[in-house]
Design a binder for this molecule. Structure first.
Ligand code: BMP
Length: 272
């Protein structure tokens, strides 16, 4: 099973170039940490990325919350990813018909497909959302994650919905490389299908070492609970790292180092 293989070995389980690049980067940097930098000022965004990037395999963005966005920001983001060797995951959560998501993914002011290695979608519209996004992303070598579960209290993405998300992914393995989920999805909803050798990346948000949640339904588990107990591949950490002060760069750097160590230790424990 995939979660007993090393990240480096698992790059051979995928044909999608973004999946391979993610796994190779994790192995090279010895990091399964993705930092979610949910700040609204582009200067804070760049400063935080520059500080945490040595400790991450991936930076997760919500590019649409940036108040002073202009396209030069994208060039600066790309410069940082070359300097520090990591990938971008734009957490866009597409959820519309194929034709609309293709336009949202390629165009508008953010031109997500032109710079984000990875993005994600809600499976709620059915397989057509994958077809729409793949028409833009596949020729560029991009990857897609489906939101199979969510970290929030009362999430509707459970049971049959989660299983159907996995079946949708299974039919589009060239583009769908994994899930936003709280646990592994290997063989989920397989019924009689042969799923031996199946591998999907599991990226898990809702990670915190101190807090158990926030006042708006977020629920946190520790890196060890996610990676060792639930077999997650990448921990996604936001406020646990950048806290409440986006200017406190020394603290942010220390926290990134700390979460990286916790995530990697849990992975080594899983392999052992
Ligand atoms: P934080 O660690 O500060 O709670 O941030 C979590 C991040 O992960 C947010 O950017 C949120 O949009 C995202 N996220 C989540 O928290 N739960 C999910 O199920 C899916 C998400 O994308």
């Amino acid at each position: 099973p995939p979660h007993t293989q090393s990240y480096g070995e698992r790059s051979l389980n995928f044909t999608n170039p973004t999946a391979k690049l993610i796994l190779e980067t994790m192995e090279r940097k010895k990091s399964n940490l993705a930092v979610s930098v949910d700040v609204t000022d582009k200067h804070d965004l760049l400063a935080i990325i520059d500080a945490v990037a040595p400790y991450v395999c991936m930076i997760k963005t919500h590019i649409d919350i940036i108040e002073n966005f202009d396209f030069s920001l994208i060039e600066q983001l790309q410069h940082l990813s070359h300097k520090h060797d990591f990938l971008y995951f734009e957490d866009r959560k597409f959820a519309d018909i194929g034709n609309t998501v293709a336009l949202q993914y390629s165009g508008g002011v953010h031109k997500i497909a032109s710079w984000a290695h990875l993005t994600n979608a809600h499976p709620v519209p059915g397989p057509s959302i994958i077809m729409g996004l793949a028409s833009v992303g596949l020729p560029l070598g991009r990857g897609l994650l489906l939101l199979a579960e969510m970290s929030t209290k009362g999430s509707l993405a459970v049971g049959e919905y989660t299983e159907e998300a996995v079946r949708m992914a299974r039919r589009h393995r060239d583009f769908v490389i994994g899930f936003i989920a709280q646990t592994r999805m290997d063989g989920v909803g397989a019924a009689g299908d042969d799923v031996s050798g199946e591998d999907f990346l599991v990226l898990t948000p809702g990670i915190g070492l101190e807090s158990k949640g926030d006042s708006m339904g977020q629920q946190y588990r520790t890196p060890r609970e996610a990676v060792y107990e639930s077999g997650s591949d990448i921990i996604i950490v936001g406020r646990g790292i950048y806290g409440t002060d986006p200017k406190a760069i020394d603290t942010i750097t220390r926290q990134a180092e700390r979460y990286m160590a916790a995530g990697w230790a849990a992975y080594l424990e899983r392999l052992a």
